[in-house]
Design a protein around this ligand. Structure first.
Ligand SMILES: [Zn+2]
Ligand SMILES: [Zn+2]
Length: 407
């Protein structure tokens, strides 16, 4: 075990040496915010850094042009860890979710480990996962098998507090389209009002709301509802986003929306189409890896919120990292780059993501991720426990995992 402590000291020193590269890379991504699936320059920059340090890099994997996979093999048989990089920005707001930091810290956690690779075993992958804010690039990468031989996945997210894990909830979004027939509004019986289909669907959901489990929330927009009140709308569309603390309950609600739309379509005699966006699953905690991250925070003298204070009822954000946590043991600490009053997706948070005051913090979270990587690569018992824990949850369909709310 002492050996592991020594290795952690060595990798932390490597991160110190890389501090300006970490900050410059993060700053360069911040300065050129690119939207999801269009992160051409950001992905190229991250890949070029990895190449510089001897990683075997493939840009554009799993059918996604701005994804990448970069691997460093120590040459000694051992576990395979995967750092998850994000680097997409938000329309108008730029890097108001701090993904510039996620991308850079993931890459340099891997690089720091590779620099002491001769003392390690196993493989280190940095996986570039585009479009977290949109379609969820991790989902096709999971489907394409990029996590099949991964033993543990590690990432971080900048936040307004520091904690070894953060609960996130399941999210589904669907687009509903009613197609009817246009007519003059003086002769509505000659047409089929598509907007009625949308209005009834939304009213139906609002009425059913009181019967949903109390963690269910939803929002909607009417994106197309006709062109003029004197014309019966022939096409009407709406988008509906639904959240629930777990994906099994979310799917029940989404099925209800489908039934509503179908029933209403036949009632108003309109054709209906429902398009489901990929579902973001809730984050599954891995207590073994959370403990490892907590110990590494403590070792660096970083104070953090205890995991059991992270109630799902307080934090209602969603991420495609949740889907990764359903396929491999994983951990995603959060790190404070702003005061508690500043929320994600605000201009203030975008400024915090480039604020020089956070340079040390960004280096520190890189250390925590690299040190946790050493735990996974070098501590057999820890990895075995993390896997046992994960397998237990998976066998139970991820129901009643720890730190979950009880309904
Ligand atoms: Zn975000
Ligand atoms: Zn984010």
């Amino acid at each position: 075990m002492e050996e592991i402590g020594v290795l952690k000291g060595l990798v932390a020193r490597e991160v110190d040496g890389l501090e300006s590269s970490i900050w410059e890379t993060s700053s360069a991504i911040h300065a050129n915010p690119e939207l999801g699936m269009k992160e051409y320059e950001s992905s190229k920059l991250l890949c070029s850094e990895l190449e510089k340090f001897g990683f075997d890099v493939k840009l554009g994997v799993g059918g996604l042009p701005t994804s990448f996979m970069a691997t460093f093999d120590t040459g000694v048989e051992g576990p395979h860890i995967c750092y998850l990089a994000e680097y997409d920005a938000l329309p108008e707001l730029g890097h108001a979710c701090g993904h510039n930091i996620i991308g850079s810290t993931a890459v340099f956690s891997g690089v720091a480990l590779s620099k002491i690779g001769g003392k390690l075993r196993g493989r280190i992958t940095v996986l570039g996962t585009p479009d977290e804010e949109g379609s969820g690039g991790k989902i096709p990468l999971i489907k394409a098998g990029y996590f099949r031989d991964v033993d543990a996945a590690i990432m971080n997210h900048p936040m307004n507090f520091t904690a070894p894990w953060m609960p996130t909830v399941a999210l589904g979004e669907l687009t509903v389209k009613f197609t009817g027939k246009g007519a003059h509004y003086s002769t509505p019986h000659r047409g089929t009002n598509a907007l009625d289909g949308v209005l009834l669907t939304l009213n139906c959901l609002n009425t059913l709301r009181h019967g949903f489990r109390n963690d269910v929330i939803f929002g909607y927009t009417v994106d197309r509802g006709g062109i003029n009140p004197s014309v019966i709308p022939d096409v009407a569309t709406a988008r509906i986003a639904v959240k629930s603390t777990d994906v099994s309950n979310l799917r029940l609600v989404l099925a209800t929306v489908h039934r509503c739309v179908k029933g209403i379509g036949s009632t108003v005699r309109a054709k209906v189409e429902v398009t489901d966006a990929p579902v973001y699953e809730e984050s599954i905690p891995n207590l073994t890896l959370i403990e490892a991250v907590s110990n590494n925070f403590s070792q660096l003298g970083i104070s953090f919120k205890s995991p059991d204070l992270m109630s799902r009822s307080m934090i209602y954000i969603s991420t495609d990292y949740g889907n990764v946590s359903h396929v491999v043991p994983s951990v995603s600490p959060v790190v404070a780059i702003s005061s508690a009053a500043v929320g994600l997706h605000t201009p203030e948070f975008a400024r915090a993501a480039i604020d020089k005051k956070n340079r040390r913090t960004v280096a520190n979270i890189t250390k925590v991720m690299a040190m946790t990587g050493i735990d996974v690569l070098m501590n057999d018992r820890l990895l075995e426990n993390a896997k046992k824990e994960f397998n237990r949850y998976a066998a139970a369909g991820f129901k009643d995992t720890p730190l979950s709310p009880v309904y």
